[in-house]
Design a protein. Sequence first.
Length: 299
Amino acid sequence: MLGMGLRRDGLRALLDILVESVECGGRGEEVAARAHVSRFHFDRLVAAALRETPAAFRRRILLERAAWALRGGAPVLEAAHAGGYRSPEAFARAFRRAFGVAPSAFAAGGRDFRLDSPNGIHFHPPGALRIPGDGRRRKSMDLTDRLVAYDLWLTEKLVAAAERAPADALAEPLPDSRETLGTMLERLVWTKEMWLAAVEGRPAPDRSPDDPAALQQRLAAAGPAFVELVRATAARETWDVAFVDATCDPPESFTYGGMAAHVLTWSAHRRALVLAALERHGVVVADADPLAWERTLHN
């Protein structure tokens, strides 16, 4: 709850409430009540997080939306409505103060619809917000980095969840598959072990029992190593460099990019099968979405 201060993802929770107020309106006390805090405390939280009061934030975002509508050819009355103004005269006065020109003259000037912002948050057409990245990170994560880190995070959750499944669940065949729930979990781990061995020129690892406790230990070793392999490949931009996989018979060559795409694609398929199988046995893996994983980065 926001009443306990801005914890993980607190800014996003604040923004959700503020965006709702942009669309639905409401007095300050009503908006604060949605956050389960007093109006005074809500204003303090917003001002501390955004360096802008809730009223100023809402007014600026609505004016940016109105300016975007004008730039797209909307009549002034329609833009005034988009800006939350019932009176065209009040809208014209507020718009001129903000942009320095009358609404009727805005579109002709080719001006940016964004106003100066103390927090970098702006209206994002057609009806959302653009929020700047987290400046605390030393380096922005690219898509590949996100995919490989999320794959490991969810695989860890699935292997841990398997310990809560009934004793006979792991031996149950999966629909439309030659694998059981247990062997599919093991394959998620073994695939990373196998490709690490191929890249490093080691013999292929044997398929091992699908005991969840043992899989957790194997994943703790192979998972981070595979993530680091993909990250190093991205850093060196060597996706097209090939290596010879001596574990194949006969040996075969693969590019690093093809290898990473292969693992991530098939892991996504296998994770979905495991998730569904666990749920059939009453084991629900909560917050399995990549969006939930990304929020954990703000801890």
